[in-house]
Ligand binder design. Structure first.
Ligand code: PLP
Length: 412
């Protein structure tokens, strides 16, 4: 039996998604930018898909900006915002110039953290890395205390990719809103600068939330920008999007600038010929999520419960690192006395695919910075594995995992 329990790294493409996109690789291969009938056909498909996605997230058609990956979308929001800030600040006298502040959590994906570190290297931003508690929840008190007039962006992920913890996005949004209002109240109305009105903005990386959480509309969560990615939700790799809250309207032009320039596709936000198949696939995958999410969640909750109980029965020393407030499809668990590496290897020999945390760091097998931020001991961190479910998994696979587990642990 070959088992794939690494769906937080990537999912297979759904058959219905594949069926819908295949014609666009052959018969309907046009470039949406072409004026002729073949190009128009591709453009129609892109428009239809964009509308589908916009409706799902409760935003306007022109507020869906397709990118090649969530990594790119995360780079776009951070670098695009800094670029606009620096552009505006060119006009200021040297003495008036400030270094903007960005606030993120210590457990963001590398595409956020490394982008922030890169900006810090060039003194283009001062970054605040918020602590998390033992469950991985962002320290809201520290957030409140960290907000300052230089803060232009807060980026906190909706769901963490290693433990599945769900961050309190609505509460964070409320804190940011209150800060913004208090900032404006303190100032005399005549003395508002455009920067006071503009900043800070709130972005969330919702890559791991997309196919699991029901509450995903930007307006309901109170976020200005959101990142999603196709390949964690049964669409192909190479397609993702930065979503923009429609409340921002034309104001978004005051906030961000494109980082990929060229032919002006994606309303000028991101040039490059559209990934037509990917876009169609992402829209179809989202349509399927809407239909099957509730059912899949019940299934995953059951899987997680059986697996948790089964693991603790077989190996009482196991430590569950995914808190109660985590998504149904991710279970992070440590087996002290083993290392993540040897566990992955042993499961692999049994043709069971699991991971040690995020896919990117898994190959290098660095100790997890996410678990470290949760203040877990080295023993727990170095023996953690991540089991993540997808809709193709079955209960017999969960049972098979549990029957193999004693053998795997005894072979040590
Ligand atoms: N953000 C989170 C939370 C992720 O889990 C991932 C993928 O592991 C990414 C961003 C990057 O996604 P992509 O592979 O589309 O660049």
């Amino acid at each position: 039996m070959k088992i794939y329990f690494d769906n937080a790294a990537t999912t297979p493409v759904d058959n219905e998604v594949l069926k819908e996109i295949l014609p666009y690789f052959s018969k309907e291969f046009g470039n949406p930018g072409s004026i002729h009938f073949i190009g128009r056909k591709a453009q129609e498909a892109v428009d239809f898909s964009r509308k589908r996605i916009a409706d799902y997230f409760g935003i306007e058609f022109e507020n869906v900006v397709f990118t090649s990956s969530a990594t790119e979308a995360n780079n776009f929001i951070i670098r695009g915002l800094i670029k606009k800030f620096e552009f505006d600040n060119q006009k200021l006298k040297e003495s008036e110039k400030i270094v903007p502040n960005i606030i993120v959590s210590k457990i963001e994906h590398e595409s956020i953290l490394e982008t922030c570190r890169d900006l810090e290297k060039f003194n283009r931003a001062l970054v605040t890395y918020l602590d998390v508690d033992k469950n991985g929840i962002v320290d809201l008190k520290q957030l409140k205390n960290s907000l300052r007039k230089e803060t232009i962006l807060i980026s906190i992920m909706n769901v963490n990719n290693e433990t599945g913890v769900i961050e309190p996005i609505k509460e964070i949004s409320k804190i940011i809103k209150e800060f913004k209002e208090s900032k404006l109240q303190i100032k005399n109305q005549n003395k508002y600068s455009l920067n006071d009105l503009k900043y800070p903005v709130f972005h969330t990386d919702a890559v791991q939330a997309l196919n699991i959480l029901k509450e995903i509309k930007l307006i309901d969560l109170g976020v200005d920008f959101m990142t999603i990615s196709g390949h964690k939700s049964y669409a192909p790799k190479g397609i993702a999007a930065l979503l923009i809250n429609s409340n921002l309207r034309d104001f978004k032009q005051e906030l961000i600038m494109p980082i990929i320039t060229g032919g002006g596709q994606e309303f000028g936000w991101r040039s490059s010929t559209e990934n037509v198949g990917g876009i169609i696939g992402l829209a179809k995958a989202i349509e399927l999520i809407e239909i099957s999410q509730a059912k899949e969640n019940i299934k995953f909750q059951n899987f997680k419960k059986i697996l948790k109980e089964g693991i603790l029965k077989i190996y009482p020393k196991a430590v569950i690192n995914s808190p109660l407030n985590s998504i149904s499809s991710i279970l992070n668990v440590s087996f002290p006395n083993f290392t993540s590496e040897e566990l992955i290897y042993k499961f692999d020999k049994e043709e069971i695919a699991i991971s040690a945390g995020s896919a990117c760091s898994a190959k290098a097998l660095k100790p997890s910075y996410v678990l470290k931020a949760m203040n877990l001991t080295d023993k727990i961190i170095n023996s953690a594995i991540r089991i993540s479910f997808g809709k193709q998994n079955s209960i017999s696979e969960i049972n098979y995992f549990l029957t193999k587990l004693p053998e795997i642990l005894n072979k040590n």
